[in-house]
Design a protein around this ligand. Structure first.
Ligand code: S3P
Length: 188
């Protein structure tokens, strides 16, 4: 990855629901003394409603529009760890904006692990279906080409937070700050 950033670069975490973007992002920002921002939280604050209400009352398209506006704002930040909602990749402009001043890491997990992590949650409108496992598999397959646009893939299944975080830190420092040769799409 050869990209020169105008400002101190961000670490951007994308990936499916339940892959650990928020948990990893918060820990990572604390360790690196970077600020942390979660796009879903920006949307909720801005619209003063929980995401489930936005989906229920206005539908997914309105949510996606609010999400794009939040991405536009946050992409201008510097030296932040940014975690995103799982569907942020669906609009290509979101990813290109986030890449302007950020290194984009896609967290991945197996469908079984995702179900274990989020299956009992009720705040993810897209998974409130009769067969969440099937929904997870379908959405993962549909979204794969979009997640593949990340700079790096980071597997999380069977790994501790410490392992995941030191993997991301290693890549970020090596490639983003010291601007050395890439190990693009590294997965372990
Ligand atoms: C979504 C993921 C959610 C949230 C919204 C839509 C998606 O965020 O943005 O429910 O389309 O995958 P998390 O990935 O943090 O659960």
């Amino acid at each position: 990855m050869k990209r020169s950033f105008q400002k101190q670069p961000n670490i951007v975490l994308i990936g499916f629901m339940g892959t650990g973007k928020s948990s990893v992002g918060k820990r990572l920002s604390a360790q690196l003394r970077m600020r942390y921002v979660d796009i879903d939280t920006v949307i909720e604050r801005q619209s003063q409603r929980p995401i489930t209400d936005i989906f229920d009352e206005d539908g997914e398209e309105v949510f996606r529009q609010l999400e794009s506006e939040a991405v536009k704002k946050v992409s201008n930040y510097a030296n932040h760890v940014i975690s995103t909602g799982g569907g942020v990749v669906l609009r290509e402009t979101n990813v290109s904006r986030l890449k302007e001043n950020g290194v984009v890491f896609c967290l991945t997990a197996t469908p079984e692990e995702i179900l274990k992590r989020v299956g009992h949650h009720t705040h993810r409108p897209l998974l409130q279906t009769p067969d969440p496992m099937n929904t997870i598999r379908t959405l993962l397959a549909e979204r794969k080409p979009y997640y593949d646009k990340a700079d790096y893939m980071i597997h999380t299944t069977g790994r501790t937070y410490d392992e995941i975080i030191s993997h991301i830190k290693g890549i970020f420092y090596r490639n983003a700050l010291r601007r050395k040769s890439p190990d693009r799409k590294s997965s372990r």
